[in-house]
Each structure stands twice: as C-alpha cells, then as structure tokens.
Write a protein that binds this ligand. Structure first.
Ligand code: NAP
Length: 327
C-alpha cells in the first residue's frame, strides 16, 4: 500500500482508504459480524484512512470504527462529518450550539477525546461565505476537540471557495472516471495550497466495478433503489449522478481499456491515483474480498498517457455533456 501526505497535517495516509457509509445505512443490510470483517480486512490490506459521518446509521458507522480501534493497534486516521443531523439544511443550522453538540456526540461515538478530522457534510452553498462557521471550527481545534477540519462538497465552486479558509485541511469531492471536472477546475489550486483531497464515490456506487446490468436489483434499503435521481438526498451521489443506462454503456467502453489480469474495479481506482493532487480514494467496500480488491489498485503500475487519453475520451463523448456543467 502506498501512502500520501494528508495535506499540511504532517500525517501520511494510505492512498486507498475505506468509506464506511455502507457500514451504517442506505446500502442494504450489513450485520455486525460482516461490518467487523470489512474493517479488519481493511487494516489487513494496509488501510490507514477511514471516512465516516455522524449520520451513517445514526452513528453506527462511527461506533463500529471505535470498536476497531479497541481491538486493533494499528495507527489510523478517522475523518467524520457533521451537519446532516439537521432536519433541513440551512446556514443558520450551522450554529455554535449545534456544531458543539454534533462534535460531542461524535467524540462519544468514536470513544475519543479528539476527533482526527471533522468535515462539514455537504452544507448549503451559502455557508462557504460564512467565515464565522469556519471560526467556530477553529475554536473547536483550540478547545482540543478537533485536530483538523475540512469540507465534503457537492460542487467544484464550493471546493474552490472552501480552500480560501486557511485552516481547511481536506476537501472531499466526487471524483471518478465519470466525474472528471475536479481535475480540470480544482486540483491545481488544491495542490498549490497543499490541501488533502479525498475522492469519494470512486466506483460510482458500484457502476465502475463492471458488475451491474440493466436488470440488476438492489435491496429495498439500498439508495441505489430509491435515490437514483436525488429524490431522497442529493442528486449526484447515487451512481455519482450519472444516468444508469448511460453509465452502463460507458462502462463497456472502459472495459476495453483494462489490461488482462486487472479488474475494472482496480483500473477505476488506479485511474484516480494517477492524479497527484489526490491524497486518497475512499471506496465503500461492503465485503472483505471487495476491500482486498480495492486495495490492490495501489499496487498497479501507472497508466500510459494513451490510456489516460482514452478514459478522457469516454468521459468527453458519453458523460461530460450530461454532468460537467451541473456542478
Ligand atoms: N456527502 C458525502 O460526504 C458522501 C457521499 C457519498 C459517499 N461518501 C463517502 O464515500 C464513500 C464511498 O462512496 P460510495 O460508498 O457512495 O460509493 P462507491 O465506493 O463508489 O461504491 C460503493 C459500493 O460499491 C460496491 N463495491 C465496492 N467495492 C467493490 C468491489 N471491489 N467489487 C464489487 N463491488 C464493490 C459495494 O456495493 P455492493 O456490493 O452492494 O454492490 C459498495 O457499497 C462512502 O462510504 C462515504 O464514506 C460521502
């Protein structure tokens, strides 16, 4: 497993992390034993960076990670998120009182005195103009409750605005073969400021594993059933906002570029790691073999320029007209 520095924090993290939304909710049932097996498998494969949130399973994901930290001695960094406990997303909801309460709850769930990283969890766009909220996060750092903070954004412009705040250490953003805009419009700026970039939804909710078909079915509690077009939370998360059928067709084009002996999953993750601004990709492996496969992406050799050009060609022809201008 390769490692990259996490922005200016002075800490290194594995280039493949583990996203843990699926251990909380919205991806169908993952029982306790399966969740622990996934977490153990990730440590066995060299993962040292974990992304979670206070709302994943109403704290279940955070609590599972706390148990992992009790049973295993490896040094890890846990990045949680705050803000989505609000019944409705409003800028006013990001008050000092609410922030303090969310952080206290995450401290309890994660059984720690200091949270490694706290990310604002896709707050409203207007919040990025409210310096006072970032001041409150500074105060939480001063109080010793939070070590570093960052943001998880929906839109590229939000990411650009967020890194104007000098203590924003990380930006989590959708980045995969189907969502390439950050490479054009954001990465150079982030690199200049030495901000850590966390690539979320790296497998486009499983589309980029190549295992899904027109007639694939998902459990009733799986957001791939009920949020395809952003009906229940943000547009852009489920299947990374790409129309399912269009995504399947583009996957067939990508499949032709995958060398023998490599899976499309490994290929899709290695593609992300070709961008040196990216600190770490955070695929949400749901079973131990998936986690092991995802981590193997770190061992693949770099892609030739021609392969990168062809992946961009698939994006430009099939996906870009549908998503690029939307975020
Ligand atoms: N707003 C936010 O801040 C936000 C939003 C979304 C995600 N995230 C973070 O990003 C992480 C990853 O994003 P994501 O979970 O949306 O999407 P993802 O990583 O693109 O896809 C995850 C899903 O793909 C399937 N999968 C994973 N590895 C696989 C493998 N090797 N082979 C076959 N299938 C595999 C699994 O589902 P099946 O096995 O059921 O197919 C898994 O649940 C989340 O866990 C979360 O930490 C944050």
């Amino acid at each position: 497993m390769e490692h990259h520095p996490l922005g200016r924090t002075g800490r290194d993290v594995s280039v493949i992390g583990l996203g843990t939304w699926q251990l909380g909710s919205d991806w169908g049932e993952v029982d306790e034993a399966d969740a622990h097996a996934v977490l153990d498998a990730s440590l066995d494969a060299g993962v040292t960076f974990y992304d979670t949130a206070d709302v994943y399973g109403d704290g279940r994901s955070e609590r599972l990670i706390a148990q992992l930290k009790k049973t295993r001695k490896e040094e890890i960094i846990v990045a949680t998120k705050a803000g989505r406990r609000l019944p409705k997303q409003t800028v006013e909801g990001y008050s000092r009182e609410n922030l303090n309460a969310w952080i206290d709850r995450s401290l309890k769930n994660l059984c720690t005195e200091t949270l490694d990283v706290v990310q604002l969890h896709c707050p409203p766009t207007e919040l990025y103009n409210r310096a006072e909220v970032f001041g409150m996060l500074d105060d939480l750092v001063k109080a010793g409750k939070v070590r570093y903070y960052g943001v998880s954004v929906e839109k590229v412009d939000e990411a650009i605005k967020a890194i104007e705040y000098p203590n924003v250490q990380t930006v989590q953003i959708i980045f995969n073969c189907f969502r390439q805009k950050p490479a054009d419009a954001f990465f150079a700026r982030a690199k200049q400021k030495n901000v850590g970039i966390l690539a979320r939804v790296p497998l486009a909710s499983g589309l980029l594993t190549g295992k899904l078909h027109v007639d694939s079915r998902f459990e009733s509690g799986d957001h791939r059933n009920f949020n395809r077009h952003g009906e229940h939370f943000d547009v852009g998360e489920t299947f990374s906002g790409v129309d399912y059928k269009t995504g399947l067709e583009a996957v067939e084009e990508l499949r032709k570029l995958v060398p023998a002996g490599t899976s499309l999953t490994e290929f899709a993750l290695r593609w992300i790691l070709m961008f040196d601004a990216v600190t770490c990709a955070i695929p949400g492996g749901k079973r131990p073999p998936q986690v092991a496969e995802n981590c193997k992406a770190s061992d693949l050799p770099p892609f030739l320029e021609d392969v990168m050009r062809k992946v961009k060609g698939v994006y430009d022809a099939r996906i870009k007209p549908l998503v690029h201008s939307r975020w």
